[in-house]
Design a protein around this ligand. Structure first.
Ligand SMILES: [Zn+2]
Ligand SMILES: [Zn+2]
Length: 160
């Protein structure tokens, strides 16, 4: 996920468009397949502004039934990169060197993590687990006497 923005260095104006499609091993997120992205890079003051979007597919755990499932994920990317010659190596900032090569890996990772759902659901009407026996109610009802018909619609409404 490295973008060559060196043509901006010569012209000092304009935009470089780039797209990528690659396997990536990103910590904190379980990707299922490749990451695709389309970005534009332009001069912004002394730095470079990268804007675009990334798409991938992720493994998530349903917050109701705890089953793993795969979900498409799309996230916007907006990040400013500053010349390392100006700010040095500051771990809080994204920088680029004299070669104007922009490494997007960490930006893409953070953007995708921000795009993750707070409460992932395998399906919108997931029935969850029985609170008594722990059975996955998507696979069939159990014989417990918990009145699931009363508690479930309320929970479903709250999550909308
Ligand atoms: Zn579920
Ligand atoms: Zn049960």
């Amino acid at each position: 996920m490295i973008i060559d923005a060196s043509s901006l260095k010569r012209r000092n104006t304009g935009t470089v468009s780039a797209s990528f499609k690659t396997k990536a091993d990103l910590s904190g997120i379980s990707l299922d397949g490749e990451v695709e992205g389309q970005v534009e890079c332009s001069i912004a003051g002394q730095g470079l502004l990268v804007r675009g979007a990334v798409q991938s597919s992720v493994r998530l755990e349903c917050c109701r039934c705890l089953e793993e499932f795969t979900s498409p994920l799309e996230a916007a990317v907006v990040e400013e990169f500053l010349p390392a010659a100006l700010v040095g190596t500051d771990p809080e900032r994204f920088t680029f060197g004299d070669d104007y090569l922009i490494d997007l890996t960490e930006v893409v990772r953070q953007s995708l993590i921000l795009g993750l759902p707070m409460r992932p659901l395998c399906t919108q009407d997931c029935k969850g687990l029985c609170q008594v026996c722990g059975r996955n109610l998507n696979e069939g009802a159990c014989n417990c006497s918990v009145p699931t018909a009363e508690s479930m619609p309320e929970t479903a409404n709250m999550e909308r």
